[in-house]
Ligand binder design. Sequence first.
Ligand code: UD1
Length: 417
Amino acid sequence: MSRLIIEGGRPLCGELRIQGAKNSALPILTSALLCDSPSIIHNCPDLSDVEASCSILKYLGCEITRVGENVCIDPSGADKFDIPEDLMREMRSSIVFLGAICAKLGKARISFPGGCELGPRPIDLHLSALKQLGVVIEEDHGWLNCHVDGRLHGANIVMSFPSVGATENIMLAAATAQGTTTIVNAAREPEIDDVADFLRQCGAKISGTGESIITIEGVSHLKGCEHTVMPDRIVAATYMAATGITGGDLTLTGVNIRHLSPVLPAFFEAGCEIYTEGDLIHIQRRGPLKSVKYVRTMPYPGFPTDAQAPIMAMSTKAYGTSIFIENIFENRYKHAAELVRLGANIKVEGKVAIVEGTENLFGAAVEATDLRGGAALVVAGLAAEGKTVVTGLHHIDRGYAGIEAELSTLGAKIYRM
Ligand code: UD1
């Protein structure tokens, strides 16, 4: 079992280019299935989740070639309509394949994604939307058997919650449907915009992304295109949290400042100085680390749930009390118990976590139980006295490309065994 060994206490300093966004790359790879000619995706991060998406595409009959950060998808031979259980299990977000496969082949069979490390992850919004677009869905012992009579058709879909994955599923299914689809209460996350940008370059007619109402006018076919994946705002926030907790001085390049605006107030509150210019953000902490007061996770443009754990890690060493309210996922405080092993003082009650800052954290053996929670343990380990050993690295590798190599170049003492 591989593990990360961190000898904490060194400020994170230097410059780093931010990787492409996982949550944008995954649905874009899925969207490429809808085209009738190859697409090339640039800035596609080298992550196990991306590999899992490529494995599904290959199983479906696509040809995939990766050269560095560039992935070419040729969907012309894609004729399979099922996704085996083991591939489905590797990545819960592969539910977004359902809309794309139904749109392309008129039928699909996938295993029910089930629960995940963040608690139950229902797909009712995905299924109800696809039904409205004309997909007939039968549940059969953990499998979803789907077919379309004729072609998918446009619909007016009102979502009770702005689900990111369901919004993407609808966009993919509606792009080549007959007629116009509107999504009311659509998710507004920047990754949705990036997926829509890709689809628009392929010939789709999508407007309103970034707003609560998205309109999709179905077109008869999509052709492949070249697209560059947007920067990963959560990875950027994670490295910023590591800089805050270690009292470092870091410049991140290739970022989108607007996408980071929901997390910036937490860093200001923590006493960090931030300077931005173009696609660059510079963060430095010289004075004492202060608490972040209140962090309430919300759909975009609110504070992202994915940044909650790394920011909580930063707040464990701050002067004062920080309060976190997790509004998106039910089970997103598993990292709190592991942070406590490092000496943090955290009380969790339902969706609320209260962090009393402590002067020192101390290295210990801890286990990552989910992606962002795992990143939080690395952030805390970088500021803990002595040696921290992090296991459960497969979670971290889902979303952070070469985390130990990146941190080492910034002066951290971290290696993988
Ligand atoms: C995506 C991101 C994930 C991020 C999340 C919220 C990807 C690959 N993952 O996940 O990193 O944390 O957005 O920003 O992009 N829900 C339902 N029924 C549904 C669908 C969702 O009740 O059919 C609930 C979920 O249980 C959860 C909430 O809605 O409580 C948000 O989920 P959603 O926005 O769908 O997140 P994902 O797309 O799964």
